[in-house]
Design a protein around this ligand. Structure first.
Ligand code: ZN
Length: 197
């Protein structure tokens, strides 16, 4: 089933989600939700989807960066972002630890800010302690683009969206990003648009 993705302006995107117990995670209701969020993420398409984005104030998100997302992307573009495929998984009640400064600056988008993008500084490495789709404790060590996805989704679970962290001068439509900026280096972008670190 495809769920409706809410857009900026819905209060649920600004609220802290409720934690789930292992028993609740294993319930039919949450197992269905996980499956529907997975289908909704594929359909969007996106590489992550948090429960508040489908109108539910819960600390649960799904993530997957499929190999086919990467197959038409130039190798140097992937290398610069340290982006590799990530298998489907669920994170619940995550605790995020940044391992290093937020100095990776790349354009990022959000399904709840449809049609827009901006440069968002993020840590290159993170550690996440959470529960998985069966309510089992799990520790994730992530780097590169996967670390960015985790930071973005975990922000959603406490009511934060990327516009709270973005380099605001780089905020633009996806259409203009593709038209003017897609193939520019971060150094060119900084020179042409200019922002304070
Ligand atoms: Zn988002």
């Amino acid at each position: 089933m495809r769920l409706k993705i809410v857009q900026a302006g819905e209060a649920v995107l600004r609220q802290r989600g409720k934690d789930l117990s292992a028993g609740e995670i294993r319930s039919r209701e949450i197992q269905n939700l996980i499956e529907w969020m997975r289908e909704t993420m594929y359909d969007a398409p996106g590489v992550g989807l948090a429960a508040p984005q489908v109108g539910l104030s819960l600390r649960l998100a799904v993530i997957e960066d499929k190999p086919e997302n990467l197959k038409d992307v130039p190798a140097d573009y992937l290398k610069e972002r340290d982006r590799k495929a990530v298998p489907f998984h669920v994170i619940v009640n995550p605790k995020l630890t940044l391992e290093g400064p937020a100095d990776a600056e790349f354009f990022e988008g959000c399904l709840s800010l449809s049609g827009f993008t901006a440069v968002v500084p993020r840590a290159r490495k993170v550690r996440v302690e959470c529960l998985d789709h069966q309510g089992e404790p799990k520790t994730i060590q992530a780097s590169g683009w996967y670390a960015r996805i985790l930071q973005h989704e975990i922000d959603h679970l406490v009511g934060t969206v990327y516009i709270d962290r973005m380099r605001s001068r780089t905020f633009m439509s996806v259409e203009n990003h593709n038209r003017y900026w897609k193939n520019k280096s971060s150094a060119d972008l900084r020179k042409l648009i200019g922002w304070e670190s």
